[in-house]
Design a protein around this ligand. Sequence first.
Ligand code: HEM
Length: 413
Amino acid sequence: MPVAEDLTAPVRERTLNPLTDGIGPSARAHEHRLLSAARPALPFLNWIGMFAKPLLKVPGLGWITADPLTARSVLNDPEHFTLLSEGGVGHLWAQILGDWVYDLFDGPGHYELRTKSRELFTEKSSFEFVERAWGSRIEDARRAFDAGEPIDLADLSRILVGQMVVTLLGMPAEDTDDAYREIFRTGEELAATALGTTADTVLPPEKIAKAREIVEKLTGHIDAAFETAPGTTIIGRCRDLGLSLQETKGLSTLLMVAGTETAASAMARTAALLYDTGQQHALIADPKLMENAVREALRVTSPAPIIGRSVLADLTIGKHTLTAGERIVVLTWTANNLAGEYRVDRDYIPQNRQLWFGAGRHLCLGGPLARAELTKIIELLVGDGRPFRVVSRRYGKRVLIPAYESLVVQKAV
Ligand code: HEM
């Protein structure tokens, strides 16, 4: 039996320790183990992050913050912080994709790209993408699940995300689970290039060569498809929105890297949270809480647990002076979990906004898509009004984005 929260108690607002007091005893223990399995340093970073309000300097790592307001002010301040210099994700990608990334990822080209791609993922188009990409596959899974068959939700999430990539990018691929698993794995491999770069973003030549090979495998088809891709794919929409071929390939790479592991991680962890906290019962009792259930799952799982930037120009925050060239890591997981345990009756938290999607000019482009995907997964789990249980689970080891390797769920009898 999961250790259930007292569902009748009002949401408590108090200072919480995310490692010992945050998200319900069972849920907390599993999340903690999941983070440790992915990256052994993460729980330590999260723990020390509790003292990083507003900021703390950690030797060998740089500045860290777990304060939502400081985090947002950092992410909203391109005058003083960048992701392009050493320490930021842009610096990683420039080594792989080429110097044009500097313009497209954070320079004037980025502003133009974001302006043009603003309409790429709206609430409406995202739900349509989910229907089109997952339609029959998720219906099959739902029929089997409702009939009492166990499903490995972590595996299914990877298949569905692979299928989403194929649909969005119009990639040539076989319509089989194995083909979609392989696409997911390739995206994961690309993202793994960034593993071990929390403190240093200079890549060795062999990593660069490997990553270039993968990018070509994933986006090579765009050269030929660009002119004729239908407007229902991201390639066609990018072209129709006025993006160049290079911008479209760059954005597609970004989508692969930013929107695959994060989304799959959120899906299985949401299922685990709903079960471990007992909150699935509250949701079944009041399905109107779906939007909260999704938002809370994103907050508590915060699949991108850290966001790195480097300091461009000296500035003072509180009593701390940050110097150009130093690094800063925003601890999104800690900042979001300090706000409290997973509750489907919790309202939007104005202070945190949607820090799990970042903030400012790099705010996640795929937020509406991630929400639509999670909604569909929760519908699969409890849409028939009956609870489910977690039969077994295995945490992913040494992965960039903390995630379940396997999470087998089944309808409770
Ligand atoms: C639960 C799922 C997701 C989470 C937690 C998440 C989180 C984030 C975060 C924190 C950032 C900001 C990174 C930074 O500032 O350095 C980001 C950026 C981005 N995300 Fe997501 N993401 C998710 C899903 C998706 C999906 C499904 C897509 C699209 C298919 C996507 C596309 C992007 C893109 C393109 C960016 C870069 C935006 C830019 O630099 O302007 N993400 N995401």
